[in-house]
Design a binder for this molecule. Sequence first.
Ligand SMILES: [Zn+2]
Length: 487
Amino acid sequence: MDFVIRNAELLQLGRREWQAADVVVSRGQINRILPASSKLSFTGRKTNSKLDMAHSELNIADEIEAAGCALLMGLHDHHIHLLSLAESLRSLKVGPPEVATREEFYQAFLSAKAGLASGKDWIRAVGYHESVAGELDQEALDAIASNHPIRVQHSSGAMWMFNSLAMELLGLTQDTSGAEVGADGKPTGRFFGSDEFLRLDALERTGAANRIGQVGALLAGFGVTGITDATPEYGAEEVAFFSQAVSGGELPQRLTLMVPEGSEHVNPGPYKIILSDHSLPSFDHLAEKISSAHGSGRSAAVHSVTRASLALLVAVLDEVGSVAGDRVEHASVVPPELMEGLLRHNVRVVTQPNFVAERGDRYLAEVESDDIDWLYRCRGLQEAGLRVAGSTDAPFGSPNPWQAIWAAVTRRTQFGGVVLGAAERVKSEQALALFLSHLDDPGGVPRQVKLGEPADLCLLEAPWREVAAAMPENPVRATWVGGERVV
Ligand SMILES: [Zn+2]
């Protein structure tokens, strides 16, 4: 359906200027951009020759009055985990900010138990951190409930904790990959690994599948029209699942998965390599993985959250070389000497500014002082010439990209209100631009509302200056993907 958005404020990112315009969308594309005219009419009574022409040729069926509000290209979240996010929507939150104390932790489980129908119903909890109630193991979770299977995911996403019944139902033993084994030779109930345990439980699939529409709608509500899912373990089954979710419209966003082969509706992205915080791979092992990704015509997306892992990555790239599109996920700690290394290889950085707000208070307490200034950097990297893209890492961060955009501007921690790395703050337009690059060009030139672009659009509830000054939780009024209104 053809339509026009009248009196929209368009951002000229390069010039940092805004212009008022009428944007005509036809066949899913931005077909015309005309000077805004509050007098324009599609009934033909008042005349505006250009628009009458647009009207007669295009069969415009609808008009939206933007009244001077900002119209942007839809946001792209360059690193997110869709199935985990779907899963988190039906999970109990047992970590900060929702749950911060031991008392709140046990209370959360008590309420969850009270709401369960039968003994075999699962309690799935997410977002746990030791600051809440110390280290959790099988025994501690059995004490909470032994007649319900319990699964708790750590806030890092990389550790899972189960009670005895859950382990029995899932067949988890000391021989399961990632199992932590106690001094007595028995599993402790703690398992290291990323999303593997999401795949072990067939029931999860149904649960996540039922909620993928909810995820699509949630993200569309934030103006997100494109996503890169950075989960490394997806196989053919997940590709088929997502392909169907996209073609069926449950997931209205454009989607890139970090899988070897895509499908009609899903683009294959770079090859994901996790550098675990617990045990780094050997130099040779990483070199081989990156080389083989490059050898098969793919770029590498390497997860790095520590100085040591980034140093290893840079050393390996010095040996095996880099290709266009190589990226580092998180790049949580980038000291100057390693920034030089990333520049040498033109590696893109896919960062999560929201972690500065959401986890900043914890970082201030726990991170070594040498690393504090180099946490989740933005401006320093951009000024040096690195391409930096924004993402939320949801569900490990809030899925709301606006929280990340405002955090990139203020770098203020959520509880303490401390500014973390003041030199890394960016202006609001630059923060926005982190989420505007193409999915296959993270950190590249920000997409702009212009002729011929797909009508992946997001209309805000106010002009940009007002939005940027107020930093509302979510300023999005309407979202379109390929000209289809999704919110
Ligand atoms: Zn992630």
